[in-house]
Design a protein around this ligand. Structure first.
Ligand SMILES: [Ca+2]
Length: 198
């Protein structure tokens, strides 16, 4: 996944004339999540069935009573007025009932810590048809001086509920950094390290 991340940087650096960049993540490697909140709120596993694309998807089993926030992408270097669109495919087969999955996000104004939190950024309130795979997406517009956004997959509504996620796409302005699971060695990485790679 490190290769994917550096490829993303090269792509970003080579497309300065283009306003937006789009990156893709399909859980085909070994990384599951960037982080989560609260701690131990989900069990995240890579599985071979069901799969939307490739040979693996992300399985999320809710462990906590509170709504789990599974961090699947992190966009750094945003400024007011920027637009970020994220989408992923989700799988559940219980129409109008749990388990269900939503795409959501929160602001994170600390570019050196994926666990930084600067308030909810809302998301797509639809739970989907619950008839197998469907794609959910949302577009966030940056306000109030926020500089980072963390995309979440949320699992509703009870401990033991399981959903699957696959084929994620994030579009953000050129010049920002899109981080996917496994894309950074977060515990050893500072914003200075990130800047130094450009
Ligand atoms: Ca996949």
């Amino acid at each position: 996944m490190r290769t994917v991340f550096f490829a993303a940087i090269v792509l970003a650096a080579s497309s300065i004339a283009i306003a937006q960049q789009t990156e893709y993540y399909g859980w085909e490697g070994t990384a599951t999540l960037l982080s989560m909140y609260p701690d131990s709120c989900v069990e995240a596993t890579l599985v071979n069935d069901p799969v939307h694309g490739g040979s693996q998807s992300l399985e999320l089993e809710r462990l906590s009573d509170g709504t789990p926030q599974a961090y699947v992408a992190w966009i750094i270097g945003l400024t007011d007025g920027d637009e970020v669109t994220a989408s992923f495919w989700r799988y559940d087969i219980t129409p109008a009932a749990a388990p269900s999955c939503r795409i959501w996000a929160h602001w994170n104004d600390d570019p050196g810590d994926v666990n930084g939190y600067a308030g909810s950024a809302s998301g797509n309130t639809e739970y989907g048809p619950g008839t197998g795979w469907d794609e959910t997406s949302y577009t966030w517009t940056v306000i109030d001086g926020h500089t980072g956004l963390v995309i979440e997959a949320r699992v509703y509504s009870n401990p033991g509920d399981i959903v699957w996620v696959d084929d994620m796409t994030v579009t953000a302005p050129t010049g920002t950094t899109i981080v996917f699971p496994g894309g950074l060695s977060l515990e050893n990485t500072t914003w200075g390290d990130i800047k130094a790679t450009f």
